[in-house]
Design a protein around this ligand. Structure first.
Ligand code: NDP
Ligand code: MG
Ligand code: MG
Length: 332
């Protein structure tokens, strides 16, 4: 059984006198910094001068400074800038200002695991990864609950790395929903696999193939859109809340029998073999090298060229109109 913690298992005392520099004030930085501040922790924000976030963080009442100054003042440097720039920002501003016994903290372990950042051996390396987007991290906190998180310590130089990890997890509210212990390697590989094979990549491709199957058979695209895309959320919500059989128990008998017998025909052994290939490409570093080299060569065009293909696809054109029906202000 995985090791877990609840809110009542953890004290903020060990970190209440430490300064936590949140580097970045974007999707996660904004939410996590505000939650920690509201929990009574000492938070400062490190940003690049002239960027859009500086004013916002100041307007929200934070102490804002350069990444260099924030690193110098901090005991814990919590790095919440986009993954692909963490290596450079670390090299220029964080690394030169780290001193013995500080902690480098992350919400995703890729930069350390793939050595985009080569951290010294005299600091703690910790991770608190909320399992939800920043908006949820803030909303659930304000509802006196939280977004569950997975936590790990890769390097415990101070001997207090777990106090720091669990303290931050409590400060951002995640411990109220539950914490699970992981390792940097496990977090990176499972996170990437999930988003590639199942959550983002798998779901988008499954929906698109189902839509094309219906439209190519002569059915109306609007009907196909409702059936295979719009309704997916209702099913996923049931699976999240009640489990797979909980979903089966809540759909019609025809859906239950049809789904139980036809699902494995569609998502068959060949499909699972392909999932294993995708996992191997993550584990052996093939995906990491490809992503780094694409990002260095093409920047955001590395994905924009694929997204343009979706823009041209009927499912997106029909979808835009359908979403206006349900959400009149929708522009996407
Ligand atoms: P964002 O893309 O939202 O980060 C943007 C922030 O980084 C902005 O405040 C931006 O400032 C700042 N920034 C950009 N460049 C620099 C720089 N050179 N120096 C200082 N600040 C800079 O990141 P996310 O919140 O999406 O991701 C942060 C981390 O959290 C990543 O490791 C990610 O994997 C992880 N994570 C993210 C989740 C999510 O919900 N998005 C979920 C779980 C983990 P400005 O506006 O001024 O340019
Ligand atoms: Mg993930
Ligand atoms: Mg991810």
């Amino acid at each position: 059984m995985a090791k877990t913690w609840k809110d009542t298992d953890i004290s903020l005392d060990p970190i209440k006198d430490q300064t936590i520099a949140v580097i970045g004030y974007g999707i996660q930085g904004d939410a996590q910094a505000n939650n920690m501040k509201d929990s009574g922790l000492n938070v400062i924000i490190g940003l690049k001068e002239g960027g859009n976030s500086w004013k916002k963080a100041e307007a929200d009442g934070h102490k804002v400074m350069s990444v260099t100054d924030a690193t110098k003042q901090a005991d814990i440097v919590h790095i919440l800038i986009p993954d692909m720039i963490q290596g450079q920002v670390y090299k220029d501003e964080i690394g030169p200002n780290l001193s013995e016994g500080k902690a480098l903290s992350f919400s995703h372990a890729a930069a350390i695991y793939w050595k985009w950042i080569e951290a010294p051996s005299n600091v703690d390396l910790i991770m608190i990864a909320p399992k939800g987007p920043g908006s949820k991290v803030r909303e659930t906190y304000l509802d006196n609950f939280g977004t569950p998180a997975i936590v790990a310590v890769e390097q415990d130089f101070s001997g207090k790395a777990w106090d720091r990890t669990l303290g931050i997890a409590k400060g951002i509210g995640s411990a109220r929903a539950g914490l699970i212990k992981t390792e940097f390697k496990e977090e990176v590989e499972t996170d990437w696999f999930g988003e590639q094979a199942d959550l983002c990549g798998g779901a988008a491709s499954m929906v698109t193939n189902a839509f094309e199957t219906l439209v190519e058979a002569g059915y109306q695209p609007e009907i196909a859109y409702f059936e295979v895309l719009h309704e997916l959320k209702l099913i996923v919500d049931m699976i999240q809340r009640y489990g797979i059989n909980g979903m089966w128990r809540r759909v019609s008998e025809t859906a239950r029998y049809g789904g139980l017998t036809r699902g494995p025909m569609v998502m068959d052994a060949a499909n699972k073999a392909n999932m294993k290939k995708v996992l191997t490409m993550i584990q052996d570093g093939t995906f990491n090298s490809e992503w780094i080299s694409e990002y260095q060569k093409n920047g955001k065009d590395a994905f924009d060229k694929y997204m343009k293909e979706y823009d041209e696809h009927q499912i997106e054109k029909v979808g835009k109109e359908m979403r206006k029906m349900m959400w009149p202000d929708s522009t996407e």
